[in-house]
Design a protein around this ligand. Structure first.
Ligand SMILES: [Ca+2]
Length: 275
């Protein structure tokens, strides 16, 4: 894992804050965050476990001792229950071949899953994975989480939609901003300590978002979580990996679990600001 000294993080954050207006975000070298005003937290890796390198992770959720994952790509999209410690797929259903699966979230005894461009979501029985119903929404579906009242969905922009989990009516929306700058490309989501955590697509940064206002409270920069030594150890020759995407919070054990698309490892991480 690479670790930047605190002073450097602050220098990067201040320079970015002073020099950036407009849409071009600064994220060089895994800096503090995406041209951030809010501060970035350090992290440490607590442990890691195996993860299916064929999983193009689009949704990750941990609920009552079980890890649930939604994967993407046309013809390869799934919903699965995974044994965290071994990476073993305990249960899996395949989505229709034309559908690109995206975010998932557990709501009680149900699991919700959205899709990228199909404007269609699915509701499953959590115990059996039986599909209970479908629902429609406009635009793209990216990340999904649940705050105890509303489904919260990202769509690749800076917007988060709050939807009724029964009627799917949009109750409200917030535009996520770091200072005055909108933060687009919000991807996989997770509720953690009353905040929304969001992977920002094509970066190693997680934004911590105030659900009431959309304001970015802070960043967790996970550059290097999949360390060079782990890449040497766990990647087969020629094996492709994609970006960080997937945050699950184990509320009972207060653990933050992250992974990425086609990553062969899942990581428990601890971030200073998350405590
Ligand atoms: Ca999640």
């Amino acid at each position: 894992m690479t670790r930047r000294p605190d002073s450097l993080i602050w220098i990067v954050a201040v320079v970015a804050a002073c020099s950036t207006e407009g849409p071009s975000a600064s994220r060089e070298g895994g800096g503090a965050s995406v041209g951030s005003v809010a501060a970035a937290a350090r992290f440490k890796t607590v442990r890691s476990w195996p993860h299916d390198p064929g999983a193009f992770t689009q949704g990750l959720d941990y609920h009552e001792g079980k890890l649930y994952e939604g994967t993407g790509l046309e013809g390869k999209s799934t919903l699965r229950e995974v044994e965290l410690e071994t990476g073993t797929i305990l249960r899996q259903i395949d989505l229709p071949a034309a559908v690109f699966g995206e975010g998932i979230t557990v709501v009680g005894d149900r699991i919700y899953q959205v899709t990228w461009k199909s404007q269609k979501g699915y509701v499953y029985d959590r115990a059996t994975f039986r599909k209970l119903r479908e629902f429609d929404y406009t635009g793209a579906g990216w990340g999904l989480t649940y705050d105890g009242q509303s489904l919260i969905m990202s769509d690749g922009t800076a917007l988060l939609r709050f939807m009724d989990p029964t009627t799917f009516a949009v109750q409200r929306s917030v535009t996520v901003k770091d200072g005055t700058r909108e933060v687009p490309n919000l991807n996989e989501l997770e509720m953690v300590h009353g905040e929304i955590y969001a992977n920002v697509w094509e970066t190693s940064s997680i934004a911590r978002i105030n659900p009431a206002t959309g304001a970015v409270i802070g960043w967790i920069n996970l550059e290097g979580v999949f360390s060079d030594s782990d890449k040497r150890r766990y990647l087969k020759p020629g094996q492709q990996i994609d970006v960080l995407n997937g945050i699950a919070y184990d509320e009972l054990s207060d653990r933050l679990i992250v992974t990425g698309k086609w990553w062969p490892r899942v990581y428990e991480i601890r971030a200073d600001s998350a405590r």
